[in-house]
Design a protein around this ligand. Structure first.
Ligand SMILES: NC(=O)c1ccc[n+]([C@@H]2O[C@H](COP(=O)([O-])OP(=O)(O)OC[C@H]3O[C@@H](n4cnc5c(N)ncnc54)[C@H](OP(=O)(O)O)[C@@H]3O)[C@@H](O)[C@H]2O)c1
Length: 181
């Protein structure tokens, strides 16, 4: 994978005014470090899977230190899609916290992401759920809630095994994720 040429072309798009900002997605600390070392314009954002069962602590610390914004995709675990599951919305800790606040698990997840300073891209085709997903700004999680969420066992759910190929740039899952599994 020729990161230097691809990133150089993206920088050119920004210089030409074709885009305001350029960024990456699904980059590990190692891949991000590589891009930053060759970039004239560093990535403004890294969009990655992030939700309470996959909090991306290591990557977020690296991104904070290098001024890259982490954006959370699948903040609800992509329930009901062919690539996701209910592992986030069915989490017992999150259910308990949601019940105590009179909120939904989805709202707890989105509030948590917001409090972590991570913008999120949540998706719904349902008008009521879209409204619900916006109602996260007039309440907050408690310190105890945050501690409970920190204790949730961590697991990357979206392994993206379809990107692994003996003839491609990523021959194993460790090539793809640089051991951040
Ligand atoms: N960069 C990448 O590699 C990557 C990978 C995956 C996803 N993404 C992006 O991330 C964005 C969202 O991610 P996603 O769709 O994977 O996951 P998500 O937003 O975590 O989950 C979407 C699913 O949750 C349901 N949902 C939404 N709000 C809900 C609520 N309040 N209560 C219960 N269920 C709710 C939706 O169903 P309804 O529509 O029926 O409400 C939909 O099935 C998309 O823009 C996607 O393109 C990027």
């Amino acid at each position: 994978m020729d990161y230097k040429s691809v990133w150089g072309a993206m920088e050119e798009c920004q210089r030409l005014g074709l885009t305001k900002s350029i960024g990456v997605s699904n980059f590990s600390c190692k891949k991000l470090e590589n891009i930053i070392s060759i970039a004239t314009i560093p990535p403004s954002v890294n969009q990655v899977e992030m939700n309470p069962p996959w909090q991306q602590q290591k990557l977020r610390e690296f991104c904070k230190a290098t001024n890259v914004i982490v954006t959370a995709f699948s903040p609800l675990g992509a329930s009901g899609t062919k690539w996701g599951s209910n592992h986030v919305l069915d989490n017992e800790t999150l259910k308990e916290i949601a019940k105590a606040h009179g909120k939904t698990v989805a709202q707890v997840c989105l509030r948590w992401s917001y409090e972590q300073g991570a913008p999120f891209v949540v998706k719904s085709f349902n008008k009521e759920r879209m409204k619900q997903n916006l109602q996260i700004f007039d309440w907050e999680l408690t310190e105890e809630d945050r501690e409970k969420i920190n204790q949730i066992p961590q697991r990357r759910f979206m392994l993206m095994e379809e990107l692994i190929s003996p003839n491609g740039p990523f021959k194993t899952l460790n090539d793809l994720w640089d051991n951040e599994l």
